[in-house]
Ligand binder design. Structure first.
Ligand code: ATP
Length: 135
């Protein structure tokens, strides 16, 4: 069975959308197999977002991810990596399709970083790496 890392980012936690995100994961039929709330340290976020180092949104992203608690979730199911990314929708919440987490619940706030409520691993390699970092 495949596993992925889902993060409810600080904007999602602050807006009390943790339950809504978990509800959608469970309603789809995936299993939550581990979960915790954390105040992420910078070192963890630098590792998590290593591929984006040097991009213009990198520093705002790392700052934003430290702005409040994050809920980290281990989710299991057949093809769950692809499936959760489909549930989450496009990175830009304005462009994300209605029916997705970002499309239904997110919007652009005119900030330097897309505050798009959730993260989901994008490949089996990323999932293994990220789950080892967060759990
Ligand atoms: P997706 O892979 O669907 O784009 P993601 O969350 O994995 O979603 P990444 O491309 O890995 O997105 O980028 C990580 C995060 O950085 C995004 O979720 C978003 O918060 C932020 N981000 C990405 N691209 C931009 C951008 N062009 N401007 C501002 N913030 C961005």
């Amino acid at each position: 069975i495949e596993e992925t890392l889902v993060l409810v980012k600080p904007d999602g936690v602050a807006r009390n959308l943790t339950g809504e995100v978990l509800r959608r994961i469970e309603a789809k039929g995936y299993s939550i197999t581990d979960l915790k709330m954390v105040q992420a340290q910078r070192a963890l976020l630098e590792q998590h977002y290593a591929e984006h180092e040097g991009k213009p949104f990198y520093e705002p992203l790392v700052e934003f991810m430290q702005s409040g608690p994050i809920v980290a979730v281990r989710v299991a199911g057949q093809r769950v990596i692809e499936g959760f990314r489909s549930l989450a929708g496009a990175t830009d919440p304005t462009a994300a399709a209605p029916g997705t987490i970002r499309g239904d619940l997110g919007r652009d706030w005119g900030l330097k970083v897309q505050q798009n409520l959730v993260h989901g691993s994008d490949s089996p390699e990323s999932a293994a790496r990220e789950l080892a970092l967060w759990f």
